[in-house]
Design a protein around this ligand. Structure first.
Ligand code: AKG
Ligand code: FE2
Length: 648
């Protein structure tokens, strides 16, 4: 396969953006407690059993996860281990199955290899055929009562059960983690255990699978190579159709594009319960087309792999120049103290100035374009639903000449261990796992401003042409390109790193995606990155940090065990309330009113300002300020209903 030349280009632990409209930062105001991991697993098991009239189970007091059959049931089997065979209505059932998955009757499609991958792994861990998969799926379909409509959780449970059984023959796709149960095959991979399964917001909807020994496992979710979550039969049909037609796979853009026929194989990527999808690149220059992600123009959005270690991707056609201009214009026009562009800070919690981050930044939490782009980022990252709490606000960055951000990590390190939020993403905690950095400026080859990855190799340049940091420094000093920097400064040294290591040059409407975590949630120190000093011109960019669980302060964010009350849930959810704030325009004292979530600026609420709609929760406190003074306070109470209107 022709490898396309990668771009000649070159990426922080940073300040926390303003807090959201939802769960506040202290424990007393966390969402109602109650449904812990154990409780939600129990609930889901009970639901499954009630729904399908299978065995009645009780929870073992020792682990809370192993379930055993009671004497009330002679039928111990559940979906994962031995699905029942034909039901009396099997003929109409088979017919229904074929209408859901038309390729079930197509010999050519049935003969296609079906490859299963673990999340983020380019090599398949197991192989079967579409035909064998469909046969097994049909059994499960019958066992599930031939329902014409399967909700996504039931569908995913069926996929897990089916794939588990066909992979079991070769004991393929079991967990590779030291804490994983290798004897449980795919189920041991899909359910990484209580200590390694972050509880996401939909956790209680997962349909656990039972097995002969009475234990239960949470199901995986499955994605295509491009990240689309396969939540219904149609997506699986589309996947098989594309594979059997051997649709062309194209690499590169327009002039440099080369296309090769896709191998006639269908690939599925299994993601354990509670984890997030990650792309599985195999080589630098590899392309991932994302037809399911809607951009701003007809140009197709695609990724090109820039580096495997760290995992870095160039993202093409991700947003339009018009969107870029809207973001910049809005950021420049913003006047509120919390959101306007000002000298950047770093640090979780109390943010402080950092001499090695000299950029300026502001937040766009509410702009229409910012919200559209946030949703697009989620879709590109393989989320099938947008969840506000899984990302920070879009941060708008400005670098004038000589400004830079020294190399740093985007994930948050809990150095003292005293933070309430559980940042241990390798366990049940949540942290930033992916960064999408959007460029809103075009910078020339010698203008600086690249995003640099000091642990990344400049693989787009032939090895013999790569230079060392020392050589780069010498060359810089011999030219006048570094004249805006002080000799011997960290900025000058960073330029030398930028010219000797992987760096991405800003191109308007293009973006860079990189991961701060490995697919199992452990942090990736190789994701170290920085913003190279701008040597000429000006750089605008925007970054979105995306989390593997709701972030601190949002409903369902993981809280360290020692801070939980009475075993309170890490994902307890309370009633989501829509708060609608408006200014009637009748009280002149409110003409310059502003809305604050506690002390965090939320939006303008003056005369003529648009209505502000927020997701909020029990106990949240909203303040209206005029000229910095609180003039009105609302505390959200569930008693007042799911939609609450407040007018000044
Ligand atoms: O501006 C860049 O190139 C990188 C910015 C960055 O890493 C950050 O803001 O965290
Ligand atoms: Fe960063």
């Amino acid at each position: 396969m022709a490898k396309k030349k990668a771009k000649k280009d070159s990426v922080g632990r940073t300040s926390q953006p303003p807090k959201p409209a939802v769960a506040p930062p202290d424990d007393t105001n966390q969402p109602p407690k109650g449904a812990g991991y154990l409780t939600v697993v129990m609930k889901a098991v009970v639901l499954l059993l009630l729904t399908y009239g299978m065995a009645v189970y009780k929870v073992s007091p020792s682990t809370g996860r192993n379930l055993e059959a009671t004497a009330e049931s002679s039928e111990k089997e559940t979906l994962a281990s031995a699905p029942p065979t034909a039901t009396p209505q099997s003929e109409s059932c088979d017919h229904r199955f074929r209408s859901l998955l038309p390729m079930a009757a197509d010999a050519k499609a049935r003969s296609l290899p079906l490859m299963l991958h673990r999340n983020g792994e380019p090599e398949a861990c197991g192989e079967s055929t579409v035909g064998e998969f469909l046969e097994e799926l049909l059994k499960n379909f019958r066992a599930y009562g031939c329902k014409p409509q399967l909700d996504k959780y039931r569908f995913e449970a069926m996929l897990t059960a089916t794939l588990h059984r066909i992979m079991a023959k070769n004991n393929a796709c079991h967990s590779m983690e030291t804490y994983g149960d290798q004897t449980k095959g795919l189920l041991g991979y899909c359910d990484s255990g209580e200590d390694h399964t972050p509880i996401l917001l939909d956790h209680d909807k997962l349909v656990p699978l039972g097995s002969k020994d009475g234990s239960t496992s949470l199901p995986c979710h499955f994605h295509t190579r491009e990240g689309l979550r396969v939540t219904q039969a149609k997506w699986f049909s589309d996947l098989v159709r594309a594979a059997s037609s051997g649709e062309n796979k194209c690499e590169g853009d327009n002039a440099t594009q080369t296309c090769t026929a896709t191998p006639r194989e269908a690939h599925l990527y299994a993601v354990p319960a509670g984890r997030v999808f990650m792309f599985a690149p195999s080589h630098v220059g590899e392309i991932f087309h994302l037809p399911h992600v809607t951009g701003a123009s007809s140009k197709a959005i695609y990724l090109e792999v820039l580096s495997l270690k760290p995992r870095v991707f160039d993202v093409f056609n991700f947003f339009s120049r018009a969107e870029s201009k809207e973001l910049v214009d809005r950021a420049i026009a913003e006047t509120s103290a919390s959101h306007r562009i000002k000298r950047s800070t770093t640090g979780a919690g109390a943010a402080s100035l950092n001499s090695k981050r000299t950029s300026e930044s502001g937040f766009d939490t509410h702009g229409k374009t910012a919200l559209t782009i946030k949703r697009r980022c989620f879709s590109a990252l393989g989320f099938d639903e947008y969840e506000d709490g899984f990302s920070d606000g879009l941060q708008i960055l400005r670098y004038n000449v000589s400004k830079a951000y020294n190399s740093h990590l985007d994930y948050i390190e809990d150095r003292t261990g005293e933070l309430k939020h559980d940042y241990d993403s390798a366990g049940t905690g949540g942290n930033r796992f992916a960064t999408i950095l959007l460029y809103m400026s075009d910078l020339g080859e010698n203008d600086g401003g690249e995003t640099v990855f000091p642990h990344g190799i400049r693989s787009h340049i032939p090895e013999e042409e790569r230079i060392t940091k020392e050589e780069a420094l010498e060359q810089l000093r011999a030219s006048d390109q570094g004249s805006v920097l002080e000799p011997g400064s960290w900025e000058e040294s960073l330029v030398a790193v930028c010219r000797s290591k992987l760096s991405v040059r800003p191109h308007s409407s293009r973006a860079v995606l990189f991961y701060s975590q490995h697919p199992n949630g452990s942090v990736d120190k190789n994701s170290l990155h920085g913003a190279c000093p701008v040597l000429n011109d000006q750089k605008y960019a925007a970054n979105l940090w995306v989390w593997n669980t709701p972030r601190d302060g949002f409903a369902g964010s993981p809280i360290k065990k020692k801070f939980r009350n009475n075993g309170a849930s890490v994902a307890a959810k309370n009633l989501k309330i829509t708060g609608v704030f408006s200014n009637s325009g009748t009280d002149p004292r409110m003409d310059r009113a502003e809305l604050f979530y506690r002390d965090q600026f939320w939006g303008k609420l003056g005369k003529g300002d648009p209505v502000l709609k927020v997701n909020t929760y029990q106990g949240h406190v909203w303040n209206v300020k005029v000229d910095g003074n609180i003039v009105k306070t609302w505390e959200i109470s569930e008693e007042n209903g799911e939609k609450q209107e407040m007018t000044v």
